[in-house]
Ligand binder design. Sequence first.
Ligand code: NAP
Length: 285
Amino acid sequence: MIISGKELSARLKAEMAERVATFPEKYGRVPHLVVVLVGDDPASVSYVTGKAKASEVVGIRNTTIRKPDTITEEELLGLIRQLNEDDTVDGILVQLPLPKHISEAKVIETIAREKDVDGFHPLNVAALWQKQPCVLPCTPKGIIRMLKTAGVQISGKRAVVIGRSNIVGLPVAKLLLDENATVTIAHSRTEDLPSLTRQAEILVVAIGRPKFVTADMVSEGTAVIDVGVNRDPETGKLCGDVDFASIEPKASVITPVPGGVGPMTICCLMENTIECFLAKVAPKA
Ligand code: NAP
């Protein structure tokens, strides 16, 4: 079974739109997401456009602020501080990656925690690892939602996550652990990766290498989540980290690229923006 992130996110966005439509009467306005884009990297422009389109569908106010890649770190941090102070702004997202002269860590920690819709702020990350209330990072949140919607039992299962980045691998592993899976995190130094992945009942791949995971690395009946977004060197088309064509017949469920984890990430961003808005305007709601 192919888990379509496109279809699931369309359904969830329609449900959110119905909810958001009631907000002006209840709270006097709709949630407001501000996305800051530095430079004109085509992939970043496309991600930011996707976020603006999703906001439109859900009925969230979206402001995209574009800055040239010559902006200084201090100017960008100043802009973020202004947005932190602005009461009409509920969520702030600075599109990554940033030019080399700007510290991503400084940018992330300057965004007010309560407006951190990406869930990247150190206090949000700490809260996640301490099982405290927090904004969950969008991609890991979307992955758990997809597994649950597809009816995959997580509790008690052997999960293998390939990749240990702060934005995907580590938080996915934590969320799977919180769902009572037994989790192994693999990375570039892992020895004999295929023998490890063959033991996985749930396999999440977040590496960033086209078709890296081949059919011999996956056992029959595994639930496969492909987070990677790459260009196929042969066709130039978008592809994942998993060789979809050869693994799909073996997997119990599998996510496609494009149309899998990507749309769910944006969907969860919408959800996080609504959560940040409600925490402000209706703290007990
Ligand atoms: P990243 O920060 O570059 O991390 C890549 C991870 O893969 C690292 O932990 C690295 O191990 C591991 N790795 C690299 N080569 C490996 C190998 N040969 N064997 C085993 N592990 C290996 O990347 P990321 O930000 O997590 O993103 C991963 C992919 O997901 C990218 O394609 C990105 O575009 C995509 N992505 C998609 C979404 C979405 O919404 N669909 C969101 C975020 C990211 P070490 O730690 O040892 O270096």
